[in-house]
Design a protein around this ligand. Sequence first.
Ligand code: 13P
Ligand code: ZN
Length: 273
Amino acid sequence: MLMETILIDRPELEQELYNVAEVAGYLWEKGWAERNGGNLTLNITEYADEQMRALPAISPVLPIGKTLSNLKGCYFYCKGTGKRMRDLAVAPLCAGSIIRILDDCATYEIIADEPILPTSELPSHLALQDYMIATGSGYKATLHTHPIELVALSHSKEYLDSERLTKILWSMIPETLAFAPLGIGVVPYALPSSVELADATLEMIEHYDVVLWEKHGTVAVGKDMMEAFDQTDVLNKAAAIYMTAKNFGFTAEGMTPEAVQEIRTVFNLPNKR
Ligand code: 13P
Ligand code: ZN
């Protein structure tokens, strides 16, 4: 028997979810997605045709935890809470669901395929989605994951200063600055899934490419999920190089400030810090 799915006759939406699934597979392979670790959302409003808009809810009306005025009538694919990235990689709609934001901008309902409750970090993801619309960024994807080396660094006070950590990571290989020119911003520890964490994340993403949640994980945004993944990967690679040097018994020297400045000039990068 063929499963009823919202993807039937919606090849573009299917392709979008396929791209998300590809990234979920990489997160698992990298060891960043233990059990249900990490979560993601994708704005799919552009694929919400009349039929999709007419679909009845398959859940009660649920609170977001925040009022987000730019999300009225928007549709999102969300990883399900407690669901595994490695399962999402195989079947995105068995490990996540599609939600519709209601007119009060403070509640949502699930419309497809199954009534799988969205991730517990929904307040952070949707606050970012709201901001990405407000700024006309064209960004559609938000990604929270648990990259090992960056999380390890966040366990030492020495690396909790955003400016200091950013400078260390930029100086590991030239590409770090080129592809993460705004660097990484550290958010002090806050309870996972809390509105406090969502608010702090929102403040940071205005200034940095990736946000590091102390002793927890990262959050990145992008035009699509692959871009959000790449941002995280570039910065975690720099952290891994730093760590490898420590394992060899020395502290990585880092590119000289002059070499970093040269990259900035040649690639015409913003001189933020
Ligand atoms: P969820 O399973 O609710 O998405 O939570 C995973 C996680 O990483 C929380 O920060
Ligand atoms: Zn997490």
